[in-house]
Ligand binder design. Structure first.
Ligand SMILES: NC(=O)c1ccc[n+]([C@@H]2O[C@H](COP(=O)([O-])OP(=O)(O)OC[C@H]3O[C@@H](n4cnc5c(N)ncnc54)[C@H](O)[C@@H]3O)[C@@H](O)[C@H]2O)c1
Ligand SMILES: [Zn+2]
Length: 363
């Protein structure tokens, strides 16, 4: 079994991200020592039947008393209501602040369980066992937790780092094709943000990554984890450097919002289109390397991702949604790319120019 390991360096809150094949059955060996005696595994109704037995078995071998709770799959479960139910469950089953909460699933389970772990008895340890590509390369690392309110996504949340992240790439073989591709958009994002870390251009490995070559996939997931770990280590609480992870997300979030999160675009699909747009804007303001938008298009298309909105919302709707972006500082703020492919944040972007770029994107 190949095993890659990256450390997220955060002083006393540092932890390891393990990436490999067949890791779920060896969690007892990877987890190491802790004060925990009991564990609650939180999963969802898709992931539980596939992987919960292996995970609970492994935790029991580590000497833990283990309980399991499954939530309904989907974004609607990332709610205060669901968080409170889990908190009640922890309390009524007598879990202490040194016991362990385990998140087994995608970003929904990870964000919800992480949030619950951060507030129960003012914080208990939690372990991330991500099972989507999106969660393995992005959401499980960095300690951002949260739930949605009716009036907006991720409006309640905390920073609470896990004790470890265990990413078993074998779990990705049961993901739907669309979810897998969607996660690939975040992989592409890392290759655009840190091209020097990609000895083989992503477009060249695209075919082998479509589920056939697990060892290659583990390497790619680990490389993304290493990039995210480095960025998070430099900016744990998202006050500067971490903003670059939003590359492609300004238009991406706007497309998701302008279509009412109705599934027209998955997050990754929207971000894929958003990265092409960020490339166009970078070219337009003269910062980006010439041809960067076309090069983005080529990589994203090789991964089966969209590079233009299929039924483009009008620019006014998109602009309105971009104006509501949480990350805005002074007018519309985007992450762009400079001549050396380094990302940077630019505030106060002019709407006429943004409209021109949108027309270039959809034409
Ligand atoms: N905390 C962060 O830093 C951060 C970063 C990015 C995104 N997020 C959050 O992550 C969430 C999205 O996460 P996601 O894309 O993983 O979606 P998800 O958790 O909803 O999972 C997608 C679907 O795949 C299913 N699934 C998961 N693993 C599977 C497997 N191995 N086999 C078969 N089916 C499986 C799930 O049941 C679900 O139906 C959003 O709520 C987003 O806000 C958080
Ligand atoms: Zn994203």
């Amino acid at each position: 079994m190949g095993l890659e390991r990256t450390c997220v360096e955060l002083g006393p809150r540092s932890y390891s991200v393990f990436v490999g094949e067949g890791l779920l059955g060896g969690i007892d060996e990877l987890l190491g020592e802790g004060d925990w005696r009991r564990a609650l595994v939180v999963t969802d109704d898709n992931v539980g039947p596939l992987y919960a037995d292996t995970v609970t078995g492994s935790l029991r071998r580590a000497g833990l008393e283990v309980a399991l709770n499954s939530i309904e799959p989907g974004e609607n479960s990332k709610s205060m209501h669901e968080a409170l139910e889990l908190i009640e469950l922890l309390a009524t089953s007598g879990m202490t602040r040194v016991d362990l909460l385990v998140a087994l699933g995608g970003g929904v389970v990870g964000d919800l369980a992480g949030f619950v772990a951060s507030v129960y008895k003012r914080g208990m340890p939690f372990l991330q066992v991500p099972t989507t590509l999106m969660a393995q390369v992005d959401s499980s690392i960095g300690g951002k937790t949260g739930v949605n309110l009716d009036c907006g996504k991720n409006l309640v949340g905390t920073f609470h780092q896990p004790v470890a992240v265990i990413s078993d790439v074998e779990t990705l073989s049961t993901l739907s094709e669309r979810e897998y591709r969607s996660g690939m958009a975040e992989v592409a994002k890392y290759s655009f943000l840190r091209p020097e870390m990609w000895p083989t251009p992503l477009a060249e490995s695209a075919v082998s990554l479509k589920g056939v070559d697990k060892a290659q996939l583990a390497k790619v997931v680990n490389r993304c984890a290493a990039i995210k770990a480095e960025i998070v280590s430099g900016d744990e609480c998202d006050t500067g450097l971490r903003a670059v992870l939003n590359y492609g997300h300004t238009l991406g979030h706007a497309l998701e919002a302008a279509t009412g999160y109705d599934g027209t675009y998955t997050h990754g699909e929207a971000v894929s289109i958003g990265m092409v747009y960020a490339g166009i804007v970078s070219e337009e303001i003269g910062s980006g390397p010439p041809g960067v938008a076309d090069r983005h298009r080529e990589v994203l298309a090789s991964l089966g991702l969209p590079t233009t909105p299929r039924t483009p919302p009008g620019f006014d709707a998109v602009l309105d949604a971009m104006r509501h972006d949480k990350k805005n500082r002074d007018g519309i703020t985007m992450v762009l790319i400079d001549r050396d492919n380094n990302p940077f944040v630019r505030a106060g972007l002019e709407t006429g120019m943004l409209k021109c770029c949108y027309q270039r994107l959809v034409s």
